[in-house]
Design a protein around this ligand. Structure first.
Ligand SMILES: Nc1ncnc2c1ncn2[C@@H]1O[C@H](COP(=O)(O)OP(=O)(O)OP(=O)(O)O)[C@@H](O)[C@H]1O
Length: 810
């Protein structure tokens, strides 16, 4: 309790004067030649038609009449300035888009800063191939620009694709825009994310994750189904959006002379305009500044920060939630940013527990988790209206950081932390680390408040900490394993990865590491002795069937040979999710011994991958029984449909709880399993099963993960990585092989904490992988020609230089 009170003093709004988010640098203006300029060059209405000029003046008049208060930022468009926020709603899209449905259901929304550049944007869109739109959070980029494209007539030649780094944003934006356009999802507006394609014949605007667009490019490299591609949140620099920008530039060149040229719109929230502009041959930049509502930012006060520890951010957040709850008006919901699912689940429990200590009459705190591994229907809970008498506290990872508007959020609490993976190319280790966010991320998080009313953001760090944050996020392409990306680019026709023109080029050692991995897996082979040009092998071509990393695809290809594809698909699907077994929660009354006993029942001495298979098979058996029982109950009219459904769901919950199985991860794994099976059917792969002959599956796993083979060294009680003996690891205590310590293992990944741990471990026969390891070592030491030949004979693949499908000239 003392800790609570102590922190309340630190962050009390009284002790810290609110810091309004006033821009400190002069706002760049748009000038027609597209170069941003810090001084206001004014040529007022040069690109605005008479008709639109009247409309603008009308809006301007409305704004003046309604006397907006507290404007701290302005919208600039060719020199026009107007104050905001505009508090009264104006009727927009329903009328403008002119559809019948839209006329019937006229949607009312606030005027947004983007409205002021609509005419100019339209002009750009019809006259230029590429446009860059830079705008503040909440200025209306994600929801309005696609609709402006439709109004500019671009949908006549194909769909408008809008890419998002995350599915949650793609789904929520599509839903919002469908409402604004007065249609159902799947009609004029739709979305396409993994496992859900909600588009139809009439779809004009398609929100997608950037990964889905990349997959589409693999099938149809010129993307000619789309007239326009909008890359949203380009500043996030996700791996997929950087790669997309690279291939779309080429795609655009190749479609330039056709009847259907490709239009590109790059949208970004921060001032990376120059970088994007340079990359896109000096494309014009449209700057939209200003957001709809002001947001006050609070930092931890340096005066009272004695004894305050930034690393206690979860505890500090709980104190802040309580403080805000007791001081903010009812109905002001809170969005909290933490780093990962376990942390979020435990924070939810703590916040739930706060309810017992609230004063009489206070609203109930309703914590809602939000992170990528949650099932989509559970993610949607965050967007539902808050029940009366409660305050919603959404606790999220950075998936709610960009593009997302959660109605009712008035307060953001920012831990200032994020968890990211960084790939060490030399040692081939993914290091998952919690670290400080960038200034750009802090700004984005703040921007989630003040979407539908003025907001507040409590930053759980001092202003001096903020000043030390990096300006931007490190682009993902500079910190991740590039092998999957290169495989996709080679499928698209890339031959020389070193000459790829990306917005930021990865380090040479990262490129080399990816090429070595792909060569060793038999997916590519060099076509010249300098090893600068490569071509996909027949096996590499098969890898591309699956939306998986190359080593996981390799497991499936091998399983096909071994006759155990059904088992391998189940295991590989489970490998794509987080742990299938839940961690025990503080509210669990079971003893450690009991928990241990439950977990042990799935374990096998063959390793964690077979354990995963056992979990999936056990749950499948349970579902079969449950389905039978429910069908019987329905036949005999035991209960009404609603009660049966309820009973069914309760039975699943109980089964998962009794067995410590994470229901969400189980569901995700089963969706991925279905997707992989569909791919197998499409590619006429016969469904084979090895029944209980699990050594076949282990062999397939070993061949896919052979780069992760380790040998036990009794002397120092550690495992040596065979392809790099300087690296020694321990088996993670959560593994079923952590006590038995077999002589040879492969693992799925390495985790670095205080110790270097191998996660998901399987027992193997060294003979299975020895030839591949030897060939890899040879490749590495540059005996390429010889070892490739040897490797090819070992894995019986043939070179596959003739590419059948249309390719991009990369
Ligand atoms: N689902 C929604 N419910 C209510 N209002 C919404 C919703 N989505 C968007 N809005 C309104 O539209 C405004 C603009 O949202 P939009 O996502 O287009 O902005 P943006 O410029 O893309 O911002 P960001 O980059 O921060 O996502 C929001 O500030 C909010 O007022």
């Amino acid at each position: 309790m003392e800790h609570f009170l102590e922190f309340l003093r630190h962050i009390s709004p009284k002790s810290i004067p609110p810091l309004p988010l006033t821009p400190t640098t002069p706002t760049p203006k748009i000038i027609p030649n597209g170069i941003s300029h810090p001084t206001p060059p004014i040529t007022p209405t040069s690109t605005i038609s008479q008709k639109n000029k009247k409309k603008k003046n009308k809006n301007k008049f409305k704004n003046e009449q309604r006397a907006p208060g507290g404007a701290e930022s302005k919208v600039s468009t060719n020199g026009h300035l107007f104050e905001k926020p505009v508090k009264s709603p104006v009727i927009l899209n329903g009328v403008k888009s002119g559809g019948v449905a839209a006329e019937k259901e006229r949607f009312i929304r606030q005027q947004l800063p983007i409205d002021l550049v609509e005419t100019q944007l339209m002009h750009e869109l019809v006259t230029k191939q590429t446009t860059i739109v830079i705008g503040e959070t909440g200025s209306g980029k994600s929801t309005q620009v696609p609709q402006i494209c439709v109004r500019a007539g671009l949908a006549a030649n194909g769909r408008i694709a809008v890419t998002q780094p995350r599915r949650v944003a793609a789904v929520s934006l599509a839903t919002r825009v469908a409402t604004e356009m007065g249609c159902e999802i799947g009609e004029s507006v739709g979305y396409h994310v993994r496992f859900e394609n909600m588009t139809g014949q009439k779809t004009e605007i398609e929100y997608m994750t950037d990964g889905i667009v990349l997959r589409k490019a693999l099938i149809s490299p010129l993307l000619d189904q789309y007239s326009t591609v909008i890359i949203d949140e380009a500043h996030e620099r996700s791996l997929h959006s950087d790669v997309l920008m690279c291939i779309l530039r080429i795609c655009q060149e190749q479609r330039a002379a056709s009847k259907n040229p490709l239009r590109l719109i790059i949208m970004s929230a921060t001032l990376q305009a120059e970088k994007f502009q340079k990359y896109f041959d000096n494309a014009n930049v449209i700057v939209v500044s200003g957001r709809t509502f002001p947001i006050d930012v609070y930092y931890v006060s340096p005066v009272s920060a004695k004894g305050f520890s930034v690393s206690d951010y979860v505890q500090n957040m709980i104190v802040t939630v309580k403080n805000v709850h007791l001081t903010e008006p009812k109905g002001h919901d809170i969005l909290v940013f933490l780093t990962g699912s376990d942390e979020i689940q435990s924070a939810c429990e703590h916040i739930q527990n706060l309810n017992s200590s609230l004063p009489a009459g206070a609203d109930v705190l309703m914590p809602i988790p939000l992170y990528a591994a949650l099932r989509p229907d559970q993610q949607k809970l965050a967007f539902r209206p808050t029940p009366k008498g409660t305050r919603k506290i959404i606790i999220s990872t950075n998936i709610a950081e960009t593009s997302v508007t959660i109605p009712g959020i008035r307060v953001v609490i920012d831990s200032g932390k994020v968890k990211t993976k960084r790939f060490d190319a030399v040692d081939r280790i993914d290091i998952l680390k919690i670290h400080n966010i960038s200034k750009a991320q802090a700004k984005q998080r703040t921007g989630r408040a003040g979407r539908d009313a003025p907001g507040k953001c409590y930053r759980l760090y001092q202003k001096s900490d903020f000043k030390n944050f990096d300006a931007e996020n490190m682009p993902e392409i500079l910190r991740c394993n590039l092998s999957a990306t290169f495989l996709e680019l080679m499928k698209l026709g890339m031959k020389n990865p070193h000459s790829l023109k990306l917005i930021d080029s990865p380090e040479k050692k990262n490129i080399e590491a990816a090429l070595l991995e792909l060569t060793s897996l038999g997916a590519i082979r060099p076509t010249n002795s300098e090893r600068t040009k490569f071509v996909l092998t027949e096996m590499g071509d098969k890898f591309c069937m699956y939306p998986l990393s190359p080593d996981h695809s390799r497991i499936l290809i091998q399983a096909q040979k071994e006759g155990c594809i059904m088992e391998a698909i189940k295991i590989v699907a489970a490998m794509q999710t987080e742990s299938m077994l839940s961690s025990s929660s503080s509210s669990d009354i079971r003893t450690n011994a009991e928990i241990e006993r439950i977990r042990r029942k799935f374990e096998t001495m063959e390793g964690d991958h077979i354990t995963l298979l056992k979990i999936v098979l056990t749950t499948n058996h349970f579902f079969e029984q449950l389905n039978k029982k429910t069908q019987q109950d329905a036949r005999f009219g035991k209960h009404c449909e609603k009660t049966l459904k309820n009973e069914y769901n309760q039975a699943i919950k109980k089964f998962c709880n009794d067995n410590f199985i994470n229901e969400q991860h189980l569901k995700t794994a089963s969706q991925i399993e279905e997707q992989l099976k569909e791919i197998a059917v499409q590619n006429k792969i016969p469904f084979s099963t090895c029944a209980s002959e699990f050594s076949k599956v282990r062999k397939a796993i070993a061949l896919g993960l052979f780069l992760n083979t380790c040998e036990y060294n009794r002397q120092d009680d550690r495992y040596r990585l065979l392809i790099n003996p300087a690296i020694t690891v321990k088996i993670h205590p959560s593994s079923c092989l952590s006590r038995s310590k077999p002589a040879y293992i492969v693992f799925s990944e390495l985790m670095k904490t205080t110790e270097l741990y191998a996660l998901q471990v399987t027992l193997i026969d060294i003979e299975w992988v020895q030839p591949l390891i030897a060939a890899h070592k040879k490749t590495k030491s540059n005996h390429i020609a010889e070892s490739i030949e040897r490797m090819n004979s070992l894995i019986s693949t043939e070179g596959h230089p003739a590419q059948k499908k249309a390719k991009l000239s990369l």
